[in-house]
Design a binder for this molecule. Sequence first.
Ligand SMILES: Cc1ncc(COP(=O)(O)O)c(C=O)c1O
Length: 360
Amino acid sequence: MTRKHNFSAGPAALPQSVLARAQEEMLDWHGKGLSIMEMSHRSQEFVSVAETAEQDLRDLLDIPANYKVLFLQGGATSQFGMVPMNLLRGAAAADYIDTGIWSGKAIEEASRYTQVGLVASSKDEHYTRVPAQAELKLNPAAAYVHYTSNETIGGLEFDYVPETGEVPLVVDMSSDILARPIDVSRYGLIYAGAQKNIGPAGLTVVIVRDDLIGNTLAGTPTMFDYQVHAAADSMNNTPPTFAWYMTGLVFKWLKEQGGVEGIARINARKAERLYGAIDGSDFYANPIAPANRSIMNVPFTLADSALDKLFLERAEAAGLLNLKGHRSVGGMRASIYNAVSEESVEALVAFMQEFERTAG
Ligand SMILES: Cc1ncc(COP(=O)(O)O)c(C=O)c1O
């Protein structure tokens, strides 16, 4: 068996040791004679898996005690609606920062529930930079301010945490959670789909300050109420047990890497290596302002787009998978999440240099 270099944007690469551990435990979890997938979510065994995963996440991100950690379903996309349903709390408006496709989707969904204030947008600059703090036109009466810390498709990442005063800050951290240390206390709510830096698809993590929940919009479905999930330890109904278990294994793996501080150093080296290769060549290009370049998703174009197809064919033949850019932007994109090793990035850089030499 040869594992390939996987640059998928999500569902994305998982640590090989995590997959191997899951394989070992697949038929007989801890001598119980059945797999974790076949157990009741209410069993003592699964509850301990679930609680350990939550504690490990709390340790990794140093989550304060007044924050609930929820393990939900429905993807980050459900959060686009759940955030306004839960956090409007009688206010007439919510503020949003527009930095690309994902924040745009969050804005579109929130507009169904409230008046959206567009605090700032870099649309006119094709989303090649993040609006600066001084550009944010914040409404002090807004229920919250929402932003997308890392635009997975555009490859654009905030290099600062917006300062919003008394107004709670909400962030879609789907594609850069756990990539580096954060100060959770700066946020009212953090959400992230699991399938990039957390674990397999099917799970969505929400970290929310407890004073913000319990006051939903009239008519909010029970399953969209954070308070319901918090009161039931995310087991109001059957949770995605296998994804939750796998996520727990990923958290243990992250701790072995030195936690988020350790992985952040590795991530910085990977990003530097790849952007360095792009900038060091006239053949490859990345349009994002250097300070806002994503350390997780690296889009790049070739000088001649007629070579895109050949690039992808040769890459695949060389064992480098999922480098095609998102259909909305074209070009290439290498997602280099936590589980993508430095060896994979080295292999990609070597391939890019060889391609430029022989086809460029
Ligand atoms: C930043 C961001 N937000 C939201 C989503 C949507 O996530 P999901 O597919 O889990 O609903 C994605 C998915 O790629 C994403 O990258």
